[in-house]
Ligand binder design. Structure first.
Ligand SMILES: [Fe+2]
Ligand SMILES: [Fe+2]
Length: 412
């Protein structure tokens, strides 16, 4: 019989609950008992309690799902859990006079069931600790005829007891691990969601920044009364130039939007000076040049626009010096500003302006590389940039054409 029990346990069901239900059913089958309860020992805070895992009764329908009782000697199951003894009660009306436990009749009174004989025994783990209690009620010598529990059943239970205990403990452990894993997976999901949220916010911030840059550049452009896409093209030429120079992806990306703000300071220049048709006085010319300083002031405090501030300040400096506002030269001029200076002039040559027609790509390259009466490329540009332009100027022509002004004012 012990072997049979072991085989039964070895076909391990998956959950503690299922396992305990099977243990209880099996014990009831072997003793022909009418009812039974199986408890597991649980820790609740600092106390240990018996939690009913399964209630079975062949005569009445059990509606109660689960309940806990304290581990002490006052109840029969509590007594078994506390002492580890097997308890046999042949008649609940005649408990041994020295028994510390009492039989609680509430269940019988509530349901009309009649509890007569009881056998309650502990389930132990390998270390001998009590981890559960099986309480069997009303053994039957034949169906419907209640008898006492045979004492030898205790002997049957003994050897399989801790195998059952170990199986229950292992299943319980697995369930706790699974719960822990589920909790970890849930936490992972939450973390992933949080990361996505942060990434989304970052993307939103990035997109807000780009929108701001775009609006600012367009506002400046409108103020300057240039109809079209000059600033966008300068951004593209500059990014392309940076690419040919082997700059990092971050630099390329940054110069693409920062370059569009090169003339943002023109918003602070008096409209009357900005649009004066004739020659400017010296003071007016000086104020016009101040757009570099104004631009720097507008942009300098924004961390993400540091490059834009450099560009706004220094895009009118010349390689050999003599530009404005600071007259710095060579590598003292930030590379970003040297690139934009180059791109800005190429685009100015291509574009129609109130005082000039738009030159063709070939005419513009010729002026950029060989100069004319107003421009000396060897003085004006970083020679490294001129080299890049000499070898790759076709792409500049393509950028101009792909982003050509829609509403070009043809004339004078
Ligand atoms: Fe400018
Ligand atoms: Fe410009």
């Amino acid at each position: 019989m012990a072997l049979e029990f072991i085989e039964f346990i070895e076909q391990r069901p998956h959950t503690v609950l299922a396992l305990m239900k099977r243990v209880l059913s099996r014990c009831r089958e072997l003793t022909q008992s009418q009812a039974g309860t199986i408890f597991i020992v649980r820790k609740v805070g600092r106390n240990r309690v018996l939690e009913a895992m399964s209630l079975q009764n062949d005569l009445i329908r059990i509606t109660q799902k689960s309940f806990s009782i304290p581990i002490n000697k006052q109840s029969i199951a509590g007594y078994v859990a506390e002492t580890g003894e097997v308890v046999f009660i042949d008649d609940t009306n005649q408990l041994p006079p020295d028994a510390p436990y009492t039989f609680n009749r509430k269940f019988d009174e509530d349901t009309g069931f009649n509890t007569r004989s009881i056998m309650a025994f502990p389930i132990r783990n390998f270390e001998g600790q009590v981890i559960g209690v099986v309480q069997l009620i009303n053994a039957q010598s034949e169906p419907g005829k209640v008898s006492t529990f045979e004492r030898e059943f205790a002997q049957v239970i003994q050897p399989v007891n801790n195998i059952v205990g170990r199986a229950i403990e292992r299943a319980d452990h697995t369930e706790k691990l699974q719960a822990k894993n589920a909790q970890l997976r849930r936490r992972n999901r939450e973390l992933r969601a949080e990361r996505e949220q942060v990434e989304l916010l970052r993307a939103e911030t990035e997109s807000a920044l780009m929108t701001t840059v775009d609006l600012l550049a367009k506002a400046a452009e409108l103020h300057d009364d240039v109809t079209g896409k000059h600033v966008n093209r300068v951004g593209q030429y500059s990014a392309t130039m940076a690419e040919f120079l082997g700059m990092s992806a971050d630099f390329i990306n940054e110069i693409r939007y920062c370059a569009t703000l090169h003339d943002v300071g023109k918003m602070s220049v008096d409209q009357a000076i900005l649009h004066k048709p004739g020659r400017l006085t010296d003071d007016e010319f000086k104020e016009m040049q101040n757009h570099t300083l104004y631009g720097f002031q507008i942009l300098q405090d924004v961390e993400r626009l540091k490059m834009a501030a450099d560009i706004a300040l220094s895009h009118h400096e010349k390689w050999v010096g003599g530009g404005y506002p600071n007259g710095i030269a060579g590598e003292n001029i930030p590379l970003s500003a040297r690139i934009v200076a180059f791109a800005d002039i190429y685009d100015a040559l291509r574009s129609v302006r109130p005082y000039k027609r738009g030159f063709t790509h070939e005419e513009s390259i010729d002026i950029m590389l060989n100069g004319d009466d107003r421009l000396d490329p060897s003085k004006h540009f970083d020679p490294q940039l001129l080299d890049v332009f000499r070898n790759h100027n076709g792409i500049f022509g393509k950028i101009y054409e792909s982003l050509a002004d829609e509403n070009v004012f043809q004339g004078n």
